[in-house]
Design a protein. Structure first.
Length: 118
C-alpha cells in the first residue's frame, strides 16, 4: 500500500540533464512534471537536478493516468542570461501506467536533444 491509500507502486518519471559542452551533469536545473487534462496543463511534481544532473518525479498511482505529460526544464539560470533556449519543454504521450519512465535531456547553449531512456 502506498502512502496515498492505494495499492500498487508509485510511478516515477526521471530525467538526467547532461551538459554536452562541458561533458558533465547539469546540476541545479529546475524541472517540473505536468499532465494535460481537460482544462490544460496541471503540475504534478517539481524539483532541481542533483549534482549528478538527475531528478525523479514520483507520482501517486491515483494521479497517474494514460495521456499527455511534459517535463519543463528551466535552463536559463544554468546556461546564463541570454540563453537561446531559456526554457525547454519535452512533451510525451504515455499509455502504460504500470511502469517507470526515463526522459534524458542533452543540453548545449544553442541546442538540445532528448529520447526515451530506460
Amino acid at each position: 500500500m502506498s502512502g496515498d491509500g492505494t495499492t500498487g507502486h508509485v510511478v516515477t518519471v526521471s530525467t538526467h540533464v547532461l551538459d554536452t559542452v562541458r561533458g558533465a551533469p547539469a546540476a541545479d536545473v529546475y524541472v517540473r512534471l505536468e499532465r494535460r487534462d481537460s482544462t490544460g496543463w496541471r503540475q504534478l511534481s517539481e524539483g532541481h537536478t542533483d549534482a549528478d544532473g538527475r531528478v525523479a518525479h514520483s507520482v501517486p498511482m491515483r494521479s497517474w493516468q494514460a495521456g499527455g505529460y511534459r517535463l519543463v526544464f528551466y535552463v536559463e539560470p544554468y546556461l546564463g542570461g541570454g540563453a537561446f533556449f531559456p526554457e525547454i519543454i519535452v512533451a510525451f504521450q504515455l499509455t502504460d501506467t504500470s511502469r517507470d519512465y526515463h526522459v534524458p535531456l542533452l543540453l548545449s547553449p544553442y541546442g538540445y536533444t532528448t529520447y526515451r531512456g530506460s
